[in-house]
Design a protein. Structure first.
Lengths: 459, 1009
C-alpha cells in the first residue's frame, strides 16, 4: 500500500488553466491579478445611490422603469432588492481579499523589487477591504454617534470559509476599519496607476472616514497635505478629462472598467432620460462644472411635444455619445477639499474653511466667497454652503446619499419634472439603514435585521 | 476436442417436414437460464446435419429416421452437451461453462475483463436483448435502450439529436444532472464517454450488460456508483467469410399533435372576448368601434368595414402543425464482413444512418466504421485489437431563446406564410420567424482497444486491456444577420450575425490488468483474483463567439475589428483527472449449490487533495441454488436465491476546485492586469458521497415454461452532496456540502413465458416492471432544505421523496371573480390574492414516474417472425404548461381549441377550467409560481416502442442464387408508432410541446453472402 501511495504521485495533476493550492498564488504577478479581480468586483452603484438622493427628479418616462421608480420612491421592496446585490458584491470583494491575504505568505520573492511590490499588494488589499467595510457600514449601520456605538454594524469577515457570523457593533467595525487603514498606510505606495489604492488614496479614504467619525482635527491633519498642489490638479483639462479615458490629475482613485457604465438613466436617445437634474442645482456663470454636469437636451425632439430639460451630463452624456467609460471616479482631490473645508468650519476655523473653499472655487471658475458681502457664511450657514458646492461637484456620482444620511436631513421626493414635492423621507426614517438582505438572514441565524425592516419568515 | 463454429448470424432452418424425417425443436440456454444465440446443434458424427440457434436460443433440427442418434449442442466456452434422440419432438439443452474449452475455441475471449464468471452468480446483471434493439428504426443508440432492462430508465429530453437522460435505478445524488448520476459506459473493457456511447453503431454490438448492484459494479471501483453499461462488440468467427449487407429505409412522421388548436372563427371570437386591440378579433369588432368611436358619424361604416375584414380572416384556416412540421425519411445502410480461421478472426463494418426530425432543419446523420482482429498466441492465449471511429452530425433550428417548433402553437389559423406582417408577432412576417437560428453539432469519435488474455497454467488467467477513446464534439451556431433578432439589435449592418463555435475534446484512457486463479477440488470451487487499473480522463473545451458574420456559417467570417459587447470572445476549460486503483476478489462455490463472492477495491483519484485521495468500493454477495436438491423434479425447473451488500464512494460530478482553493483567469482585465478569480468557495471538509447497496433476489422457473425474476434493492447515498445556499456575507451564495442521506429502493420483476411452443408456431411473452421509490432519510442541518431565498416549498424534506411536486389544493374557480380558490392547510378557503404559506402546500405527486416497464411479445410461425415491444411508465404527474391558454397580454397568439367555452369571462360563469383573463398583478404569484391540484395531470403512458415483422427466406428459397446469398430476410419495422396517455398536453415523457419521439416506419432488407 505504501508503494502504491508513492505511485499516486502521478495523480498530482497540475491543471493547465487553473491554479490550485498550495501553490496557487506563488508570484507577485499572480497576487496582483487576484487583487485586481477584487477591485473589479467593487459594486457600481452610482446611479442607484443618486436616484435615492435629491440629485434627480423623475420625468414622464420614469414610469416605464418601475424598479428604478420604486427605488426613487424608497419603496421597501425596491430597496430590499437593491440591498441584496450591494451586500453580495461588497462581500464578494471582501472574500477575494480574504483569499489573497493569507496566500501572500507563499509568494516567492526574488529581489527587493518583488518585496516592495508584494507589500504594496498587501497594503492595497487591506485598504480595499477597509473601503468595502466603510461603504457597508454607512449603508447598513446607523450614523456614528456616541449613542449608536453599541448598535449593530456589519459582519466582519476575516477568513475565506463558511461562517455564520453576527453583526459586530459599530464601535468594533470602526476600529476594524481604522486598523486596516493604519496597516495599509504602514507601506509607502506611490503607485502610478489611479485604479490602485496607493498611499494618496488611502489617505483620502481615511479623511472620509474621519469626517464620518466627526474627528475634525484628524480630517484636517490627514487631508490637508493632499491638497498642497491642488490648483495644479483643478485645471480645465483635468476636469474635462475626468469624463474621458484620458489621464486626469484630479483623480485619486478610479476603478477601471471595460463594461458599459451608467446606462440606467436613459430611456432611449430620442425620448430622453428617466431622471433629470434637480432644479436646485444651479451654477454661477463661468463655472467650468456646468458644461459637464448640466446637459441641455430636448426630450422627444422629433415629436409634437418636445420638451427642453436639463439632463444629467457626465457619464450619462458619454453613454448618449457612445463614448466608452474607462474610469469610475471614486476618490477625487475636490472630495478631500470638501472634507477638510467642512472640518475647518465645524472646528471653529471658519476663515481657513473659506480660504480653502476659495482656492477651489477660483479654480473651478465660480464666484469666490467673502464673509463681508455674505454674512451667512458662518456657523451652520458655512457648512451648508460647503455641502451645496459639494453637491454641485458630485451630482450623479453617488456621494450625496451618504451626506444626507450623515447630516440627518429630510429628503424630498418630487413628482415628474420636479413640479412639486410628492412626499418626504424624514430624518431618522428606518429606510436610511439598508435592510439586511434575505440572502443573509435566511441562512444566518446569528444576524439581526435592522429596525422596522420585515423579516420574511418561511414556515 | 472438436472445434465448433459459432455462427451468430441468425439462421433458420426450413421446418417443413418431409417423409422419413423428424423435427426436433428446443432451446439452448446457459446455466443462468439465458438463451444462447448462435449455439450449434447437430448430430454427432455428422456435423453437416446441424443448425444453430436463433437470437432467442431456439433451434429446429431435421433428423433422419432412426433412433439412437446422439444430438449435441455446443457453444463457445461451454461444455458440449449431448442427448440421445428417442423420437421426442422437443429437447432443450443447458450448457455449462467450461474454462478448459476456451483455449481451443480461439475466436473471442472476454473483452470486458472485469466480467469474471464468478461475478455473474451473485451480481444483478441484466442482459439487453440486442436483437430487439437493432430492430428499432431509431438513430439514437441511447433512446433505443428505453425499456431494455428493468431499472434502466431512458427519458427523451427534446428534439432529435438531444442527449436523453439515462439512469440506472434513479438518481443517486441530490444533485441533478448527468455528471452526478450518469452510469459508467464500458466498451470492450475501455471506459467511454456517454457522448461516445450515443454514436455507436447498434449493429456492431454483440452484447450489452446492465450492472446494477454493488457486487456487479464493485470491480469498477468508485467510478461505478451509478451502475455500469458494459458493452461487448461483435468479433470475428473462425469460419467462412460472411458478408452481410442490410438496409432500412422509411419515413419519419410528425407524431402526435400535442394539443388541438383553435380554428379561425373560434380564435377571432376569443380575441373579441379578451378585448386586446393588438388582436384583430377585437380591433375590428363592433365592440371596439362602439367603445372608442361611439359618436363618430361614420360608425356604421366602420363596423361594416371591420366585419368585412374579419370575414376575410375567417376564410383562412392554416393548420400550422402540418405547415411547420414535416414527414421526413429514415435510412440505414450497414455492411459487415466477418470470418477467420482457428488462429485468426476478423470483423469489419461500415454504417451510414440518417433520420430526419419533425421540423425542417432538424436531422441526425452518422457514419461509423469498425475493425477488429483476434489472434491466437501460442496454445494458451490470444490478443485482440480493435479500432473504431464515427462521425455524426445533428442539425437543429431550435435555439435556447428561439424555437420554430413552438410556432405551431403560437401562429394564428387566420395567418399564413404569405400573409405579410403577422398579428401574432407584430412587426414580423413569417420569414422573420423561420431561419432565425441554425446549429450544427458534430461528433467525431475514435477509439482503439487492445487486449491480451493468457492462461499460462491451468486455472490461472492473466488478462490485460488498454485503450483510448476520444470524442471531439463540435458545434457551430449561427444567428444570421437576416434574423429578426439581429436586424433589431441596434447593431450596425457590418456587425450583424452571431456565430458561436465550440470544440470539446473528451479523451478517456483505460488500462486494466487482472489475474484470476480458479481451482476445483472435489466439490469445492475456489476463485481468487486481483487487478490494478488506471483511468485517465481529459476534457478540453474551447469556444468562441463573434459577430459580423452576416449569413456565413463560418468562424472565418467573424469581424474581429469589433469592440464593446460585440467583441470576439473566447472561453477555455481544460481539466484532467486520473484514477489509479487496486482490487482483490475471492469467490467460493460448494457443490455448485452455494456460492459466496467478495471484492474490495481501493481507488485514488486526482480530484481530491492528497489526504482524501484513497476511497474504497467493496461488496459481498452470496447465492444458493436450491434446484440442485431436486434436480429431476420437473415442475420447478430452476430456483435460485441471491443477496448482496456493498459500499462505494462516488466522485461523480466532483471537481478539484470544490475541495481546494482554485483560481482561474477571466476574459476581462483590470487596467493592464488580467483578472484571476477564485472559481468557487471551496469546502475543505468535503467528503465523497458513499453509496451503500443492499440487494436480494430470487429467480425460479416452472416446467421450463414460465420463469420469474424478482429482486429488491435499497441503495442509500450517505454524505450526499449539494450546492446549498450560504449567508451572502461569505462572498458566495452557494457551497457544495455534504448535506444528508437519501435512498433509492425498489423492486424489479420480470416474467418470461413460453405461451405457445409448437413445431411451427411459437409465442413468447416477457413482462417486466420496475418500481423505484426515493426518499430523503436525513438532512444534517434541520428537517427541510430550501435552496432559494423566497421559496416556501422546501427542495428537500426528511421523510419525503425528493422528486415530489408541491402545490396548493385548488377548489376550482370562484364563479364571481374567475380566480382560483385554494384550500389552506387549516381547511379554510384562500383567495387568489392572499399569500400562501408553507402549510398550504401539499405533495401533489412524483415528478419522476416511480413505475416503468415493458411488455415484449415474440411470435414466430414458420419463417415469419413478429416482435412487438411496449414501454410504459406510471405513477407520476406533470404540471401542465398551459402556455397555449391565452390571456389579455398574449391574446394575439393562437389558443387551445375550446378555450372560449372553458374560460371564465364574466361573473356567474360556472365550472370553467381557465381563470379570468383579466387579473391584477397581486395574484400572479398564486397563478404562476406553483402547480396546483388542478393544473397537473398524470404522466402515465403506454407506448408501442417497436414493431417488427420479419420474413426469413429459407435455404430452398435462396437456392436460385446458387449459393451466392446465404441468408436473406425482409422486415417491416417501426418505432414509437403510438403513445396512449391521459396527459392532455404535449408529450408525457419530455413534458414539452415540442420534442416528442417521432414515429418511424421502415422496410428493411438484409442479405448475407
Amino acid at each position: 500500500m505504501l508503494a502504491l501511495a508513492a505511485a499516486t504521485g502521478c495523480l498530482d495533476i497540475r491543471l493547465e488553466d487553473q491554479y490550485s493550492d498550495p501553490s496557487a498564488i506563488n508570484s507577485v504577478q499572480r497576487a496582483r491579478e487576484l487583487l485586481s479581480s477584487a477591485y473589479n468586483s467593487l459594486p457600481r452603484i452610482q446611479v442607484e445611490l443618486s436616484v435615492l438622493s435629491d440629485d434627480f427628479v423623475p420625468t414622464n418616462l420614469s414610469g416605464s422603469y418601475a424598479d428604478l421608480l420604486n427605488l426613487y420612491n424608497w419603496q421597501e421592496r425596491a430597496i430590499d432588492d437593491f440591498s441584496s446585490t450591494v451586500w453580495m458584491d461588497y462581500y464578494m470583494t471582501v472574500a477575494t481579499v480574504n483569499a489573497l491575504i493569507p496566500r501572500l505568505e507563499n509568494v516567492t520573492v526574488e529581489d527587493e523589487e518583488d518585496e516592495t511590490a508584494l507589500s504594496q499588494v498587501r497594503s492595497e488589499a487591506l485598504a480595499l477591504k477597509a473601503m468595502c467595510y466603510f461603504d457597508l457600514l454607512r449603508l447598513y449601520g446607523p450614523v456614528w454617534t456616541d449613542e449608536n456605538m453599541d448598535k449593530d454594524g456589519i459582519i466582519l469577515k476575516d477568513r475565506l470559509e463558511l461562517q455564520f457570523l453576527p453583526r459586530s457593533s459599530v464601535r468594533d467595525c470602526i476600529s476594524e476599519i481604522d486598523g486596516l487603514l493604519k496597516e495599509a498606510l504602514s507601506v509607502e505606495n506611490g503607485t502610478s496607476e489611479v485604479y490602485y489604492l496607493g498611499t494618496q488614496a488611502v489617505n483620502a479614504l481615511k479623511t472620509e472616514v474621519e469626517l464620518w467619525k466627526g474627528n475634525y482635527k484628524e480630517v484636517i491633519k490627514c487631508g490637508l497635505p493632499l491638497l498642497s498642489d491642488a490648483e495644479s490638479r483643478w485645471t480645465q483639462t483635468d476636469y474635462d478629462n475626468l469624463w474621458s479615458d484620458s489621464e486626469s490629475k484630479e483623480r485619486i482613485f478610479a476603478p477601471y472598467i471595460f463594461d458599459t457604465f451608467y446606462t440606467d438613466l436613459c430611456y432611449d436617445t430620442e425620448s430622453g432620460d428617466y431622471y433629470i437634474l434637480n432644479d436646485d442645482i444651479v451654477f454661477d456663470e463661468g463655472d467650468m462644472r456646468e458644461a459637464w454636469t448640466v446637459w441641455q437636451f430636448t426630450m422627444s425632439a422629433d415629436t409634437d411635444n418636445p420638451r427642453p430639460v436639463r439632463n444629467m451630463g457626465k457619464y450619462n452624456r458619454l453613454y448618449y455619445e457612445d463614448t466608452e467609460v474607462r474610469y469610475i471616479n471614486t476618490l477625487r482631490y475636490s472630495g478631500v477639499c470638501f472634507a477638510v473645508a467642512e472640518a475647518y468650519a465645524r472646528d471653529n476655523q471658519e476663515p481657513e474653511a473659506i480660504a480653502l473653499m476659495n482656492r477651489y472655487l477660483a479654480a473651478r471658475g465660480a464666484q469666490t466667497w467673502d464673509l463681508s458681502s455674505d454674512p451667512a457664511l458662518t456657523g451652520d450657514g458655512l457648512v451648508e454652503a460647503i455641502l451645496e458646492e459639494k453637491r454641485k461637484e458630485f451630482v450623479g456620482e453617488g456621494t450625496r446619499w451618504f451626506d444626507l444620511k450623515r447630516l440627518d436631513g429630510d429628503l424630498p421626493r418630487y413628482s415628474n419634472f420636479g413640479n412639486n414635492i410628492s412626499s418626504t423621507i424624514k430624518a431618522g426614517d428606518y429606510r436610511w439603514l439598508f435592510p439586511i438582505p434575505r440572502s443573509e438572514y435566511r441562512y444566518n441565524e446569528a444576524v439581526h435585521q435592522n429596525p422596522d425592516w420585515p423579516v420574511i419568515a418561511v414556515e | 476436442m472438436a472445434v465448433v463454429l459459432a455462427m451468430t448470424v441468425p439462421a433458420y432452418v426450413v421446418s417443413a417436414q418431409s417423409p422419413g424425417k423428424h423435427l426436433l425443436v428446443g432451446q439452448v440456454k446457459d446455466e443462468a437460464g439465458e438463451p444462447l444465440p448462435g449455439a450449434n446443434v447437430y448430430v454427432r458424427g455428422d456435423i453437416r446435419n446441424g443448425t444453430s440457434t436463433d437470437a432467442n436460443g431456439w433451434y429446429s433440427l431435421e433428423l433422419p429416421d432412426g433412433k439412437g442418434l446422439i444430438v449435441e449442442a455446443s457453444f463457445l466456452g461451454m461444455q458440449t452437451t449431448s442427448i440421445e434422440y428417442i423420437g421426442q419432438a422437443e429437447q432443450d439443452f443447458v450448457l455449462k461453462a467450461d474454462d478448459n474449452m476456451m483455449m481451443e475455441a480461439v475466436v473471442t475471449g472476454r473483452q470486458n475483463i472485469n466480467d469474471v464468471d464468478i461475478r455473474a452468480k451473485a451480481g444483478v446483471i441484466n442482459v439487453v436483448d440486442v436483437k430487439r434493439m437493432q430492430d428499432k428504426p431509431m438513430i439514437d443508440m441511447s433512446l433505443s435502450l428505453q425499456g431494455a432492462a428493468p431499472g434502466l430508465v431512458v427519458t427523451n429530453r427534446g428534439d432529435l439529436g438531444t442527449k436523453p437522460e439515462i439512469r440506472i435505478r434513479g438518481n443517486s445524488s441530490f444533485r441533478e444532472g448527468d455528471t452526478a448520476n450518469e452510469p459508467l459506459y464500458v466498451l470492450d473493457g475501455q471506459v467511454i464517454s456517454s457522448d461516445a456511447f450515443m454514436t455507436l453503431n447498434p449493429m456492431d454490438i454483440a452484447d450489452i450488460k446492465i450492472l446494477k448492484d454493488a457486487v456487479a459494479c464493485a470491480l469498477y471501483g468508485t467510478k461505478a456508483a451509478n451502475g455500469v453499461l458494459e458493452i461487448t462488440s461483435v468479433r470475428g468467427t473462425n469460419g467462412e467469410t460472411l458478408v452481410t449487407y442490410s438496409f432500412n429505409g422509411g419515413v419519419t412522421m410528425r407524431g402526435r399533435r400535442a394539443v388541438q388548436m383553435m380554428d379561425s372563427a373560434e380564435k377571432l371570437e376569443l380575441e373579441r372576448l379578451l378585448k386586446n386591440e393588438e388582436a384583430p378579433g377585437y380591433r375590428y369588432s363592433e365592440d371596439y368601434y362602439r367603445r372608442y368611436f361611439p359618436n363618430d358619424p361614420n360608425l356604421d361604416q366602420m363596423i361594416a368595414e371591420g366585419a368585412a375584414i374579419l370575414d376575410k380572416l375567417r376564410q383562412t384556416n392554416t393548420d400550422w402543425f402540418k405547415t411547420l412540421l414535416r414527414n421526413d425519411f429514415y435510412q440505414r445502410h450497414n455492411l459487415s464482413v466477418r470470418g477467420g480461421t482457428s488462429k485468426t478472426s476478423y470483423y469489419a463494418s461500415a454504417n451510414y444512418s440518417y433520420q430526419g426530425g419533425q421540423i425542417p432543419g432538424n436531422d441526425v446523420s452518422r457514419f461509423t466504421g469498425r475493425i477488429s482482429l483476434d489472434q491466437a498466441v501460442g496454445k494458451r492465449g490470444y490478443v485482440s485489437v480493435s479500432v473504431n471511429g464515427g462521425y455524426s452530425k445533428a442539425n437543429s433550428p431550435n435555439g435556447s431563446s428561439y424555437s420554430p417548433s413552438s410556432l405551431v402553437y403560437e401562429l394564428n389559423p387566420y395567418e399564413s406564410p404569405t400573409s405579410g406582417e403577422l398579428w401574432s408577432y407584430p412587426d414580423r412576417t413569417y420569414d422573420d420567424l423561420v431561419y432565425q437560428y441554425d446549429r450544427t453539432s458534430t461528433e467525431k469519435r475514435f477509439g482503439t482497444t487492445a487486449s491480451i488474455n493468457l492462461e499460462p497454467v491451468d486455472g490461472l488467467q492473466v488478462d490485460a486491456v488498454a485503450g483510448i477513446d476520444m470524442v471531439l464534439s463540435e458545434s457551430l451556431e449561427l444567428v444570421p444577420s437576416t434574423a429578426y433578432e439581429e436586424i433589431n439589435s441596434g447593431a450596425a449592418e457590418n456587425e450583424r450575425g452571431r456565430l458561436t463555435k465550440a470544440k470539446n475534446t473528451n479523451t478517456n484512457l483505460t488500462t486494466n490488468v487482472r489475474i484470476t486463479y480458479n481451482k476445483i477440488i472435489g466439490k469445492h470451487d475456489f476463485t481468487v483474483g486481483a487487478n490494478t487499473d488506471y483511468y485517465w480522463d481529459d476534457i478540453d473545451n474551447m469556444s468562441l463567439t463573434g459577430y459580423g458574420v452576416g449569413t456565413q456559417k463560418s468562424a472565418a467570417a467573424i469581424n474581429q475589428s469589433l469592440e464593446g459587447s460585440r467583441k470576439l470572445s473566447t472561453s477555455n476549460m481544460h481539466e484532467t483527472t486520473a484514477q489509479i486503483g487496486i482490487g482483490v476478489l475471492a469467490g467460493y462455490t460448494f457443490d455448485e449449490t452455494y456460492d459466496i463472492f467478495g471484492t474490495y477495491k481501493a481507488d485514488a483519484s486526482s480530484i481530491l487533495p492528497k489526504d482524501k485521495r484513497w476511497n474504497a468500493a467493496w461488496a459481498v454477495g452470496a447465492g444458493w441454488d436450491v434446484k440442485s436438491y431436486f434436480k429431476d423434479w420437473r415442475p420447478i425447473s430452476s430456483l435460485r436465491f441471491k443477496a448482496s451488500y456493498g459500499r462505494t464512494a462516488n466522485l461523480a460530478g466532483v471537481s478539484p476546485s470544490l475541495a481546494v482553493a482554485t483560481f482561474s483567469y477571466l476574459d476581462d482585465s483590470y487596467g493592464d492586469t488580467r483578472l484571476l478569480e477564485l472559481i468557487s468557495l471551496y469546502n475543505d471538509s468535503l467528503r465523497p458521497e458513499q453509496t451503500v447497496s443492499t440487494e436480494a433476489g430470487v429467480s425460479f422457473g416452472l416446467f421450463d415454461v414460465v420463469s420469474f425474476d424478482i429482486g429488491y434493492y435499497n441503495r442509500v447515498t450517505e454524505d450526499a452532496l449539494l450546492d446549498v445556499p450560504i449567508p451572502a456575507s461569505n462572498g458566495f451564495t452557494t457551497l457544495k456540502r455534504n448535506i444528508g442521506v437519501l435512498s433509492n429502493s425498489g423492486i424489479e420483476a420480470s416474467v418470461f413465458a413460453k405461451i405457445l411452443n409448437l413445431n411451427d408456431l411459437r409465442l413468447n411473452l416477457r413482462f417486466s416492471i420496475a418500481y423505484n421509490r426515493n426518499k430523503v432519510l436525513d438532512l444534517y442541518d434541520g428537517d427541510r432544505l430550501y435552496t432559494g431565498e423566497d421559496t416556501i416549498i422546501p427542495d428537500f424534506e426528511v421523510g419525503k421523496s425528493y422528486d415530489m411536486l408541491y402545490g396548493p389544493i385548488s377548489l376550482g374557480l370562484d364563479p364571481m371573480t374567475g380566480l382560483p380558490v385554494f384550500r389552506g392547510g387549516d381547511g379554510r378557503e384562500i383567495q387568489a390574492d392572499e399569500t400562501l404559506t408553507r402549510d398550504d402546500m401539499v405533495a401533489l405527486g412524483h415528478s419522476v414516474p416511480p413505475y416503468s416497464g415493458t411488455i415484449n411479445l415474440s411470435f414466430t410461425w414458420k419463417n415469419l417472425e413478429f416482435d412487438a415491444d411496449f414501454y410504459y411508465v406510471f405513477g407520476g404527474v406533470k404540471q401542465y404548461a398551459y402556455s397555449y391558454v391565452r390571456y389579455y397580454d398574449d391574446a394575439n397568439k393562437n389558443a387551445v381549441k375550446g378555450q372560449v367555452q372553458n374560460m371564465w369571462f364574466k361573473a356567474g360563469d360556472q365550472d370553467k377550467m381557465y381563470h379570468t383573463p383579466f387579473y391584477s398583478s397581486s395574484v400572479i404569484e398564486n397563478l404562476t409560481a406553483w402547480p396546483n391540484s388542478k393544473s397537473i395531470g398524470s404522466s402515465d403512458y403506454l407506448r408501442l416502442s417497436m414493431l417488427s415483422l420479419r420474413y426469413r427466406f429459407s435455404e430452398k428459397q435462396l437456392e436460385w442464387t446458387k449459393g451466392a446469398v446465404k441468408y436473406a430476410n425482409v422486415a417491416l419495422q417501426a418505432s414509437n408508432l403510438f403513445t396512449i396517455t391521459r396527459y392532455r398536453e404535449s408529450d408525457p415523457e419530455s413534458g414539452s410541446l415540442v420534442g416528442q419521439q417521432q414515429p418511424v416506419v421502415t422496410l428493411s432488407l438484409s442479405l448475407s453472402f
